[in-house]
Design a protein around this ligand. Structure first.
Ligand SMILES: [Zn+2]
Length: 80
C-alpha cells in the first residue's frame, strides 16, 4: 500500500483515532489512506467502498451534499 508520505506509525495513529473503522461509514475496516489530490493532505482513512464512492462523486462536496439531501427526501425532481 502506498503511504502518501506518512509513516506507518502516523497512519496507524489516524486509524486508531477513528476507532479502527472507516471515517465515513463507521462500519468497515479503515484500510485506505485518503488524501486530497490537490494538496496531498491526508484527510483520513477509509474503507475500500467509501474510497471508491468518494471518487465516483469526483470528490465534489457540493455534489455529495446534494446526494445526501436527495436521499433524505428533502431534494429531488419529484419533491413537492
Ligand atoms: Zn467506509
Amino acid at each position: 500500500m502506498r503511504s502518501y508520505g506518512i509513516t506507518e506509525a502516523v497512519r496507524d495513529a489516524i486509524i486508531a483515532a477513528q476507532g479502527g473503522v472507516c471515517y465515513l461509514c463507521l462500519r468497515a475496516p479503515a484500510v485506505h489512506v485518503d488524501h486530497c489530490h490537490k494538496t496531498g493532505r491526508v484527510r483520513g482513512v477509509l474503507c475500500l467502498n467509501c474510497n471508491v464512492g468518494v471518487g465516483l462523486f469526483k470528490e465534489d462536496p457540493e455534489r455529495m451534499r446534494r446526494a445526501a439531501e436527495y436521499l433524505e427526501g428533502t431534494r429531488g425532481s419529484q419533491h413537492s
